[in-house]
Design a protein around this ligand. Sequence first.
Ligand SMILES: [Zn+2]
Length: 94
Amino acid sequence: MTCEDVREARSARLDGEEVSVASATLDAHAGGCPAGRVSLARAEHVTRLVRVQPGAVPDLTAPVLAAVAAGTESVVSSRSGLGVAGGSGRAWPA
Ligand SMILES: [Zn+2]
């Protein structure tokens, strides 16, 4: 089994495809092949970048601006639970 064979099989495995080569065989190759280790690390990194997407973040612009305009400290933190500090001007912890 060549390094290229291993690389293709690992790529297929990372994509969730059926692979005829045992995972242990693919992993063992990286143990004895520096180039294989590098390609495995790159493939896993790219796969992680593609799969990890940013989570949904609430748009707090309006409540924050309203709180600033009203001069209050509790509107945002009490409604969102995010603990956003108000405009006290003090360093945390106070
Ligand atoms: Zn190799």
